[in-house]
Design a protein around this ligand. Structure first.
Ligand code: SAM
Length: 484
């Protein structure tokens, strides 16, 4: 899973102010006047004019005898170039600023942000590390270093960087650089991300391991602690700093195996997939080897007969970028894509223009019911996994389908070892919220829900390795049911 940076380029305003404060109005040189007009243009949002003025100012810099103001001229030019989408030129200006003054923290920090935007995560990490070493109170560099290392799956490095950023904001002795007005929401985000790094990112790659990172003084345990325990602690701190942090609440419930959780909250799912949207398909299909959408399409053909596949209104529930919708386009007269995440629907429109005749941004429970008994087929690949209790969902599907209509969907199963433990210790188990934050269901429970909601099961297939997590194949179910 890809994480966006924590801190935005809006911070550059501080740099502009710093630059202006160095200009003595009485003795304006041509260079000063150009800087002034460049900065004024930036403040007015006219970045093209800013680039012209600041570029002209840099031409007047004597590189044999530069002064500290000159560093900021390069920094501001870099920022203005970044604003007009010239990332490579922007990075070059930050590098010139660093050539003039290698200890300028802002230049390193903004270079890091630009490199991160360009997807050059390794270089961005090195650059943030330099900024943080120059100013130990620069929590933003540490935070972004943590985020980049998480993307690079350097979990222990990421945990260390987030811990450092947290420590800087929580201590009371020295004012942090660019101290946030309200540190609580930021601390909540930092603890959440530290929790994700401790659990090995969204795939839970670090689960069960022993964390060799330095524990904080108020962390439970000493130096070598169970990563899962530290992750739980981090998520609970995230919630204590911001009770509205749904992602942290969800992950905490997943790690504590909270049996009372019936479904993921809409804000958690929306936040997750809004953030994930740009990288979603690559990450799911290439990195995680996801093929549930193809397996489900083939299964529907086998169960109903390929020659019979001709549907009127088809709803793709939790459509994502349209992987499964694409498989059913040829057999659907009208195809509707429904998803909680607007960003992922936008991505579907970019990737597969015209795939859907209609889209709906919102909860499928409401969206499907609103179709009022006109749907011929509901398809759902890898999207019902955000529901534990399936009751309300299948009642809505029943209301949305015409009589005799079908629902074809996939769900996750627990692994063999988990199934053995659950069957012996909790023989009545129905679903399990897994440490990945998704739900796995027991086959018998799914069958019960279908029956209770007015469906007859027409096909069941076990899915093996339909996705991979840390190299381990995930097990799943495929089902086709008809409304009776
Ligand atoms: C793992 S993706 C799968 C996307 C697609 N079906 C596929 O096979 O590629 C899960 C999708 O379900 C959506 N989703 C999960 N719960 C939802 C809900 N309650 N209402 C609408 N969409 C939901 C998510 O936003 C996400 O886009």
């Amino acid at each position: 899973m890809h994480f966006v940076r924590l801190v935005s380029l809006a911070m550059t305003v501080i740099v502009i102010a710093a630059s202006l404060s160095h200009i003595d109005c009485a003795n304006h040189t041509p260079k000063d006047r150009l800087v002034e007009s460049g900065v004024a243009a930036m403040e007015e949002g006219d970045m093209e004019a800013a680039v012209r003025a600041l570029k002209a100012a840099t031409d007047l810099i004597n590189l044999d005898t530069p002064d500290s103001n000159d560093t900021y001229i390069f920094v501001n030019l870099g920022t203005a170039l970044g604003e007009i989408g010239q990332a490579a030129l922007s990075a070059a200006q930050y590098r010139k600023a660093i050539d003039v003054d290698g200890e300028n923290v802002d230049a390193h920090y903004f270079l890091g942000l630009t490199l991160q935007d360009m997807g050059r995560n390794r270089e961005a990490a090195d650059t943030y590390a330099v900024a943080a070493s120059l100013d130990r109170m620069h929590w933003e560099s540490m935070s972004n270093l943590g985020a980049v290392l998480l993307d690079l799956t350097d979990y222990s490095g990421s945990v260390a960087a987030f811990s450092e950023a947290i420590g800087t904001l929580e201590q009371r002795e020295v004012e942090p650089t660019n101290a946030p007005y309200d540190p609580f929401p930021i601390l909540s985000q930092l603890y959440y991300r530290r929790g994700m790094a401790l659990s090995g990112g969204s795939s839970g790659g670090n689960r069960g391991g022993v964390c060799v990172v330095q524990a904080q003084s108020d962390d439970p345990g000493g130096k070598d602690v169970d990563c899962g325990e530290m992750a739980k602690f981090s998520f609970s701190k995230a919630v204590s700093y911001d009770e509205g942090n749904e992602a942290a609440k969800h992950m905490l419930a997943a790690l504590t195996a909270d049996a009372t959780m019936k479904r993921a909250s809409n804000s958690y799912v929306k936040g997750l997939f809004d953030e994930y949207a740009g990288n979603f398909e690559h990450s799911l299909v290439v990195d995680l080897g996801y093929k549930g959408f193809q397996l489900l399409r083939n299964f529907v053909g086998e169960v109903l007969g390929e020659e019979n596949l001709k549907f009127g209104l088809v709803v793709d529930a939790g459509c994502g970028t349209g992987l499964i919708g694409n498989e059913f386009r040829g057999v659907s007269r009208t195809l509707v894509g429904m998803d909680l995440s607007k960003k992922i629907i936008d991505e579907a429109k970019i990737k597969r223009p015209g795939l859907y005749d209609r889209t709906y941004v919102g909860d499928i429970v409401e969206g499907i019911r609103a179709e009022g008994g006109k749907i011929d087929l509901v398809i759902a690949a890898d999207s019902f996994i955000y529901f534990g209790d399936l009751g309300a969902l299948f009642e809505s599907i029943r209301d949305g389908l015409r009589r005799g209509g079908y629902v074809a969907f996939t769900l996750e199963d627990v692994g063999m070892e988990d199934a053995r433990i659950l069957d012996s210790e909790r023989p009545d188990w129905r679903w399990k919220l897994t440490p990945s934050g998704r739900f796995a269901h027991r086959k018998g429970y799914i069958e019960d829900v279908l029956k209770a909601s007015g469906f007859v099961l027409v096909g069941y297939g076990a899915m093996e390795n339909f996705r991979y997590e840390n190299g381990v194949g995930v097990m799943g179910h495929m089902l086709v049911a008809r409304k009776v």
